[in-house]
Ligand binder design. Structure first.
Ligand code: GN1
Ligand code: MG
Length: 362
């Protein structure tokens, strides 16, 4: 069977056979594989969930079902009518399952595609403000999710202590033999390690609560409509308990960077404080009512933390020989590491200004 016919066969597990099906690649994810599918003129997203990374796909899908059902109920109660555009939904298989496991052991899922929508890699302060409102609202909406804690789809996902332990193991093993070229950068990571474990310490001391976080608040995980109003938050694989500084920080890392995540030209990379301000304003407008002072005090720190964490993650993967992230060329993870580290340095330089901005909107 050709690759395309295999994909069509998978789609038919969800929508039945005897349909007119087209499939084409979609999106920029580093982990899952996504396709845009059209079935008798109706568009869907088909995804192969990376089960080497998400080790329990049934629980992951169950999280998404709980989260999307809860958001939908709340939107309904508010009188929102275009529900299919305002929250994701899962398309079950013909057998009523939330995923399909193929003969090769791959896990697949399908969702209706939200038409006339777009996501941005680069935004402006006004869109950042709208994204801030949306991610704040997302956390607020999920604060009273019934049924107990969500399943941790990747254990210790945004835990800096655990990320550093993994990094140090990678350095020790030096699987790829690349370590000798990057010793200076290893020293830069180690020099900040203690500071960057602050959130974990505050959590243990009972000074910061865990809440329901998105845990992948990249700028391109917000869908906007044709008139640039937010439709919904997407990519719900990592919604799980976490500290809010991490969701705040990951948006700044991706949305308030003047350069790209993997920019080859480090001169492009620095924090854009206008975007930082737009996001902080929107986020606090939605979320300040339920956040503690300690959480708000640590939002700007979250921007440094998540950028440091991403530097460490890309770097560990480079040293391991590129086992985790999809890469487009052999040095890609090193380029990403250096670009994230450059952004971190810019955030460090501008930290006091960022703290002032947060205070202004609190
Ligand atoms: C991965 O594949 P994507 O773009 O949704 C990663 C995030 C990283 C991000 C870096 C499960 O997300 O944690 O921040 O790449 N997701 C996972 O761009 O590791
Ligand atoms: Mg993701």
């Amino acid at each position: 069977m050709t690759e395309n016919n295999k994909l069509k066969n998978i789609v038919s597990q969800f929508v039945g056979s005897e349909k007119d099906i087209t499939v084409e690649p979609l999106g920029k994810g580093h982990i899952n594989d996504s396709y845009k599918v059209v079935v008798d003129n109706k568009p869907y997203v088909l995804q192969r969930v990376n089960h080497y990374i998400f080790k329990n796909v049934p629980e992951l899908q169950n999280n998404i079902l709980r989260v999307t059902n809860h958001i939908r109920e709340k939107l309904k109660a508010k009188g929102v009518t275009d529900l299919d555009r305002r929250v994701l939904s899962l398309t079950p298989t013909q057998n009523g399952e939330l995923f399909y496991k193929d003969d090769e052991g791959n896990y697949w899922r399908m969702m209706p595609f939200i038409d006339n929508s777009k996501s941005y890699e680069e935004i402006n302060p006004e869109l950042a403000y709208r994204a801030g409102l949306a991610f704040g609202d997302f956390q607020k909406t999920l604060a009273d999710l019934p049924g107990g804690s969500l399943f941790e789809t990747i254990p210790n996902f945004h835990n800096m202590e655990s990320r550093l332990a993994t990094f140090r193991q990678a350095v020790k093993d030096n699987k790829s033999g690349r370590l000798s070229e990057v010793a200076d950068l290893v020293a830069e990571i180690e020099a900040r390690a203690e500071e960057m474990c602050k959130i974990e310490r505050l959590g243990r001391e009972g000074k910061l609560p865990k809440r329901t976080n998105h845990c992948d608040t990249k700028v391109n995980n917000i869908l906007f409509d044709d008139s640039d109003q937010v439709l919904c938050v997407v990519d719900l694989d990592t919604v799980m308990p976490g500290y809010v500084s991490s969701d705040f920080g990951d948006f700044i890392r991706t949305g308030a960077n003047n350069g790209a995540e993997d920019d080859n030209n480090l001169d492009n990379v620095s924090v854009n404080l206008d975007i930082f301000e737009g996001y902080a304003k929107g986020y606090l407008e939605s979320a300040a009512s339920f956040l503690t002072d300690a959480e708000i005090d640590n939002l700007a720190f979250g921007a440094k933390l998540l950028t440091y964490m991403q530097t460490v993650r890309f770097f560990a993967d480079y040293i391991d020989g590129d086992l985790y992230y999809k890469i487009a060329y052999p040095e890609h993870n090193l380029v990403r590491t250096k670009a994230q580290f450059k952004l971190l340095q810019s955030l460090e330089k501008n930290f006091d200004k960022m703290q002032e901005i947060v205070k202004k909107y609190h």
